[in-house]
Design a binder for this molecule. Structure first.
Ligand SMILES: [Zn+2]
Length: 140
C-alpha cells in the first residue's frame, strides 16, 4: 500500500497519497504565491514555504494495517474480531478475547456499509474519545 511520509519542520506523519498530491498540487497551482522553492519528482515533493515551513513528502510502501476492530452491540469497547467470510455483517464474527462476544455490524455511514476498521482510522474519527480499545484483544 502506498502512502506518503510528510515531514514538516522535522515532524513526520503519514498521510494518504491523495492528501500528499493535493498539497503538492496546491503548492504548484493556486497556492504558489506562498511557495518560496519547490522541487517535485515522482513520489517526492520538497516544498519551502515563504512563511518558513519546510514540507517534504516522500512516497513509501507500507504493509496495510489490518481492518479488525469493531464493537459489540451497545458497547463502546472495541475488540478485534475474526470470522470466516467477508467482514460486512453477513458472516459470524467473534471477538479474539472472548468468542462469546459477537461483532455488531452496523453501517459506518449513510453511504458506507458495515466493515471492521483499522486502529488508526478509529483513533482519527470524531468519536475516538468515546471508544476504548480492549487491552486483551490489543495484546493478540
Ligand atoms: Zn477484546
Amino acid at each position: 500500500m502506498k502512502v506518503y511520509e510528510r515531514t514538516e519542520n522535522g515532524v513526520t506523519t503519514r498521510v494518504t497519497v491523495r492528501e500528499a498530491l493535493a498539497e503538492a498540487n496546491t503548492a504548484m497551482m493556486e497556492g504558489r504565491r506562498q511557495v518560496k522553492t519547490m522541487s517535485s519528482q515522482h513520489g517526492r515533493h520538497d516544498i519551502a514555504y515563504k512563511d518558513g515551513r519546510h514540507v517534504l513528502l516522500v512516497m513509501v510502501d507500507v504493509e496495510p494495517e489490518p481492518e479488525e476492530w469493531g464493537s459489540a452491540a451497545a458497547s463502546m469497547l472495541l475488540h478485534k474480531f475474526q470470522g470466516d467470510g467477508p467482514a460486512d455483517g453477513s458472516a459470524d464474527y467473534r471477538a479474539k478475547c472472548n468468542r462469546g462476544i459477537r461483532w455488531y455490524a452496523r453501517p459506518l455511514s449513510q453511504t458506507e456499509g458495515p466493515r471492521l476498521q483499522t486502529r488508526t482510522e478509529l483513533e482519527a474519527s470524531k468519536y475516538a474519545h468515546l471508544h476504548t480499545f480492549c487491552p486483551r484483544c490489543d495484546a493478540k
